[in-house]
Design a protein around this ligand. Sequence first.
Ligand code: SF4
Length: 86
Amino acid sequence: MEQNTSQRECRKCLLIDAEAGKEKEIVYRYICELPKAEKTPENIFQERLESCRMCEWLSLATCQACGCFVEVRAAVKKHKCPYHKW
Ligand code: SF4
């Protein structure tokens, strides 16, 4: 039996890689509206996300170690990775 690959979810993807949806819209609106003083600079944000993409704790855009959407966690300057990967 052939599986419909277009409906499979990528467990190692972030919301930015996903099709438009409510979670993606809410998370990216939250990130967009963060005060500049609290927001991670874009280059550091991208470095953090690259670490998350390679991490065994990433599943369905969520960190299984802390329960956060990793993009939300990475977007806030003062936040840290629970496993000190960033
Ligand atoms: S926040 Fe840390 S532990 Fe969680 S997915 Fe990202 S790198 Fe992994």
